[in-house]
Design a protein around this ligand. Structure first.
Ligand SMILES: CC(C)(COP(=O)(O)OP(=O)(O)OC[C@H]1O[C@@H](n2cnc3c(N)ncnc32)[C@H](O)[C@@H]1OP(=O)(O)O)[C@@H](O)C(=O)NCCC(=O)NCCS
Length: 267
C-alpha cells in the first residue's frame, strides 16, 4: 500500500494573492463556474459573496500564471473553533495537475498561520480519486467524518445530479514532520467487490485493516453511465459511513486499493 502523508511537492511557478477588486472577484466567480461547467448565470460563488467574505477578513485568493487567473480558493473562519473552512478550491481545467492546487493550498495555510488559526477544514466527494489523493496524500489532511448528501443533489457537470456525500478533512496549519504510517498490510482485504460487468457490491467493515476501492473516473461515469455511478455512490457510502462512525479511520489512499481503513489508533 502506498502510504499517505509522505508526498513532497514543489510550488508551481504561479503567483498567489488575495483578491480585492470587483473585477478580480468577477474573474474568480467565472473561473469557478467554468471548473464546474455551470450554466452561464449560475455560480458556485457570486461576486457579492466574494466581496463580503473578503471585506470581513476571510480567505479569497487566486493563482495567476502571468496575468491569467488559473485557480481560486475561498474560505471563511469557523465560528466555534479556531479554524478556517475552505469552501471551494478550483483550478482551470487546462492547468490542473501542475501543482497549482498545491500552491494555492500552501498560500491558504500561510494565510491561516499569520492569523493564528490552527486548522483548515474542507469537504470533498469521497468518490473522486483525484481529490482523495490531493487531500489525503499530497496535502496530508485527515478525514474526520462522513456527511451524507450534505448539500442535497447537485446539478453541475461534475456531480450531474448525484447526491452530495462528502468526507470532512482537517488539515493542521502547523504540520508535523510527515511520519509514515507504520504497520500497513500490503493487501488489505477489499470491502468493495466488483463483478464482471463492473458493478460494485459492498461488505461491512468489521474491524482490522480493509480497503475501499474507487472507480477510476466517477465524473465520467456520471455522464456516461449514471446508474452505475449511483451504484458506486451507494456502495462507498454503505461502507464508509458506518465504518467512520464506529471507530475506523482512513490511514492511506492509493489508486490500486482506494482508501485503507483500520481501527482508530491501532493496527
Ligand atoms: C482538486 C484541484 C483543486 C487540485 O488542483 P490541481 O492544480 O490539479 O492540484 P495539484 O496539481 O497540486 O495536485 C493534483 C494531484 O492529483 C493527482 N491526480 C490527478 N488526477 C488524478 C486521478 N484521476 N487519480 C488520482 N490522482 C490524480 C495529480 O497527479 C496530483 O498529484 P501528484 O502531484 O502527487 O501527482 C483541481 O484538480 C480542481 O479544480 N478539480 C475540480 C474541482 C474540484 O473537484 N475541487 C474540489 C477540491 S477538494
Amino acid at each position: 500500500v502506498t502510504i499517505g502523508r509522505t508526498a513532497r511537492s514543489v510550488a508551481a511557478p504561479v503567483t498567489v494573492r488575495e483578491l480585492r477588486t470587483v473585477d478580480e472577484f468577477r474573474t474568480a466567480s467565472e473561473l469557478l463556474a467554468a471548473v464546474w461547467e455551470q450554466d452561464p448565470g449560475s455560480r458556485q460563488v457570486t461576486v457579492s459573496l466574494l466581496r463580503a467574505l473578503s471585506m470581513t477578513d476571510n480567505y479569497v485568493a487566486a493563482a495567476y500564471d502571468g496575468e491569467q487567473m488559473v485557480g481560486a480558493s475561498v474560505g471563511f473562519r469557523i465560528g466555534d473553533r479556531n479554524g478556517l473552512h475552505s469552501h471551494i478550491t478550483g483550478v482551470d481545467r487546462r492547468s490542473q495537475a501542475r501543482n497549482i492546487g498545491f500552491t494555492l493550498k500552501s498560500h491558504q495555510r500561510d494565510w491561516a498561520a499569520e492569523r493564528g488559526i490552527d486548522v483548515i477544514t474542507w469537504t470533498f466527494d469521497p468518490l473522486v480519486r483525484r481529490n482523495a489523493h490531493f487531500g489525503l496524500v499530497k496535502l496530508g489532511a485527515r478525514a474526520t467524518a462522513f456527511l451524507r448528501n450534505v448539500y442535497g443533489p447537485m446539478d453541475d457537470a461534475l456531480n450531474n445530479g448525484d447526491e452530495s456525500d462528502r468526507l470532512v478533512l482537517e488539515w493542521s496549519v502547523r504540520p508535523s514532520a510527515g511520519v509514515p504510517e507504520a504497520g500497513l498490510d500490503d493487501d488489505p482485504p477489499p470491502l468493495i467487490l466488483v463483478d464482471a460487468d463492473g458493478r460494485p457490491a459492498a461488505l461491512k467493515w468489521s474491524g482490522g485493516q480493509a480497503s475501499v476501492l474507487l472507480p477510476s473516473d466517477i465524473e465520467g461515469l456520471r455522464v456516461q453511465q449514471p446508474t452505475l455511478a449511483k451504484a458506486w455512490r451507494a456502495a462507498v457510502r454503505s461502507v464508509l459511513e458506518p465504518a467512520l462512525s464506529s471507530g475506523a479511520e482512513i490511514v492511506a489512499f492509493d489508486r490500486e486499493h482506494g482508501y485503507v481503513l483500520r481501527p482508530r489508533g491501532g493496527a
